[in-house]
Design a protein around this ligand. Sequence first.
Ligand SMILES: [Zn+2]
Length: 300
Amino acid sequence: MMYIDPHIHMSSRTTDDYERMRDAGIVAVIEPAFWFGQPRTNIGSFQDYLSSLVGWERFRASQFGIKHYCTIGLNSKEANNEALAEQVMELLPLYACKEGVVAIGEIGYDDMTPAEDKYFRQQLELARMLDMLVLIHTPHRNKKEGTNYSMDVCIEHGLDPTRVIVDHNNEETVQSVLDRGFWAAFTIYPHTKMGNARMVEIVREYGCERIIVDSSADWGVSDPLAVPKTAALMRERGIPESHIGAVCYENALKAYGQSGQFNESDWVNPLPIDQRQLFQGNSVLRGQKPVVDRELALIE
Ligand SMILES: [Zn+2]
């Protein structure tokens, strides 16, 4: 079975994670631009980060047999540094049109401040101008209110709900997101928030249409195998295989496939892994024998 993890911050993860993900069946990932855990202090940090999302990280994933895509945006937390946010907004169009960029995101609200509102709206306008998809990060506090308001603002700016993926949903928000025609993504957090047992019940109750499962794994307590693990639990608890395939693979492909940048042929007929390759003179190896042609088990 093939899986897609359409929301994972691989820059914060290790090569072991890439190997385990590939072994578990993950063939493609989408890495949304987000924050570091501490605020960036200058535009150069943003520039290098965005460059790494379309450059080094994409290369690194390829060295472990996983196709890497990303979304480009100014996250809600850092939208609150307005002086810096202004400069980031100038940078975004330069990256949004690069190869492998599937959406503007993850954007939205954290604390629902006026600055967050301002840059969320500006980025929705950018998405509309570039005819791009949007990935929305809904706030973890005031979830229901923040999610509804995020959708209101999308509609106000003329976005088509079928081109907007609303993430970090839960039982409180799923109905209204689906009713309004948006994609409803769920981030599976270990131990807390949206766990995988709760996800099984959501699919049982709401079916599989426009529902997407992801890990949102990053530098915090999170699990890069959340998608295949949730699929396994669904299987164990009697969710039909067609529903599992939809929420753990096909819906992400349908949603992000609208970008024209995210095609099944990219990973169904992949180039062979060749760890002898270099990116700007660097490889992922530290003196190990390079893996060539997907013999990942050779790494010692
Ligand atoms: Zn994220």
